[in-house]
Design a protein around this ligand. Structure first.
Ligand code: SF4
Ligand code: SF4
Ligand code: SF4
Ligand code: FES
Length: 443
């Protein structure tokens, strides 16, 4: 079959089955700006930032335009640039732009495009940003309506990928925003704290609850022994944060970085992933022998557990009673320092887990998982938070030497990793359409 080509900015751009002109352009090295498009979600076409001009001088959204053989479009004519500039001015005129203190600064697409297209001040005087209160009810994410540009990416991610639909467009005109229905707070909805809405939000309107100051405080407290465990996927997610090839394992550098930050003891959650499979296998055999209802679902993912509790309580008897690897490691750490002969007791240990998922922040706070009135995990940081800590400490991560995790809880087999990428977690989670992406929409 003859190769199909379209002409973008005078350049022949071959294409095959691309979904739209935006994808054809990007696959041919031409970056058209977009704020409401994500390749994994349905097309909305609402932000109008991806407009291109056709041969007749008409503007159309590249994300909603079918590629056709011989189609000619232009991405940076005077008309296109003026339209983009006006769109950005409009967006900024209804936006609380406090970039210096915004959590998203440096990662914000609105900020990036405002710089790229030289939008230095809003054209429209009246500042009409949404004054609805912040939603800080979730231990995992914060929603700030004053930063929302109504792109709808979070709504589609939550409904189409996570099958939860905890948030949607509400109200009209100047009061329009994305929020849970009936004026509820996130914690009162089916939200499972997965953080996927924050992962796709192009601005600071939904952000992960970052707890970096707490970590610095403990690292600088001479009376605390900071014990850190890191999840299997952190070692691959971290590489990307430092411009290294995505999915390149950097376990040795990760351990060295933690030690240089001032962490006293570093353990690998892979060990307790081993324990999880042993526990869950034993439980499964018992269920099989006793004729209990199958399948048995893993208890490893806190987002999944919340989804079962909130939306499918009838499945609860089929969920494993084993603790997650994070909590099991937390219990082992407490026990180790309880039994140790040195002067550091359980009370002085500050147990931190580096996890790929925001829902782990919720899991760590569950009162049912406390032992003797104490949490097993004091703080959960995501891979992104760890990367920010490392950058703040001025550590040249790429060029770090390798180190090994500490003994005795730093050793493990490969079984936990197999569990993570094959049976247990993956199958159980996909069964209900709730997907775990390690904090990234495209992972
Ligand atoms: S969301 Fe983006 S543009 Fe808005 S204040 Fe934050 S960094 Fe600045
Ligand atoms: S955290 Fe997950 S479940 Fe909650 S609103 Fe965001 S995408 Fe939906
Ligand atoms: S919260 Fe973020 S992702 Fe959701 S509509 Fe607003 S800007 Fe878009
Ligand atoms: S990306 Fe095309 S309209 Fe928003």
């Amino acid at each position: 079959m003859a190769e199909k080509k379209m002409i973008i900015d005078g350049i022949e751009c071959p294409f095959t089955d691309e979904r739209n002109v935006l994808e054809v352009a990007r696959n041919n090295g031409i970056d058209i700006p977009s704020l409401c498009y994500c390749e994994n979600l349905s097309i909305y076409g609402g932000c109008r930032l991806c407009l291109v001009e056709n041969e007749r001088g008409a503007l159309d959204a590249a994300c909603s335009m079918q590629p056709k053989n011989g189609l000619v479009v232009y991405t940076h004519t005077k008309k296109v640039l003026e339209s983009r500039h006006t769109t950005l001015q409009l967006l900024l005129s209804s936006h609380r732009a406090d970039c210096l203190t915004c959590e998203q600064s440096g990662h914000c697409k609105l900020q990036e495009y405002a710089h790229r297209y030289n939008v230095v001040e809003p054209r429209f005087d009246e500042n009409t940003y949404n004054h609805e209160r912040l939603d800080v009810s979730s231990p995992c994410i914060t929603r700030d309506p004053s930063k929302c540009i109504l792109c709808g990416l979070c709504v589609r991610m939550c409904a189409e990928v996570q099958n939860i639909a905890a948030i949607d467009f509400v109200k009209r005109g100047k009061k329009a925003m994305v929020a849970p229905a009936f004026g509820k707070m996130l914690v009162e909805t089916g939200c499972v704290g997965c953080g996927q809405c924050a992962a796709v939000c192009p601005t600071g309107a939904i952000v992960i609850n970052r707890q970096i100051p707490e970590m610095w405080k403990m690292l600088n407290d001479p009376n605390k022994r900071v014990v850190v465990q890191y999840a299997p996927s952190v070692r691959v997610g971290l590489a990307e944060e430092f411009g290294m090839p995505a999915n390149e394992p950097v376990t040795g550098k990760l351990v060295t970085a933690l030690k240089r930050l001032g962490v006293d003891v570093v353990y690998d959650t892979n060990l307790s992933a081993d324990l999880t499979i042993m526990e869950e296998s034993a439980e499964f055999m018992e269920k099989l022998k006793s004729g209990a209802k199958l399948p048995m679902f893993t208890s490893c993912c806190p987002g999944w557990i919340q989804h079962v509790e909130k939306a499918h309580p009838e499945l609860m008897p089929q969920v494993s009673t084993a603790g997650s690897p994070m909590e099991m490691m937390g219990a082992l750490i407490r026990q180790q320092f309880n039994n140790s002969n040195d002067s550091v007791g359980d009370d002085d240990v500050y147990s931190v887990a580096i996890m790929p998922c925001t829902a782990k922040k919720f899991e760590a706070q569950r009162p049912e998982l406390e032992k003797d009135g104490k949490r097993l995990i004091d703080l959960v940081l995501t891979t992104d938070e760890l990367a920010r800590l490392i950058k703040a400490a001025g550590i040249d991560f790429k060029n770090l030497p390798d180190s090994e995790p500490d003994s005795p809880l730093g050793d493990y087999t490969g079984a936990g990793v197999i569990f993570g990428v094959t049976g247990g977690v993956t199958e159980a989670v996909r069964h209900q359409g709730l997907h775990c992406h390690g904090g990234r929409p495209d992972a």
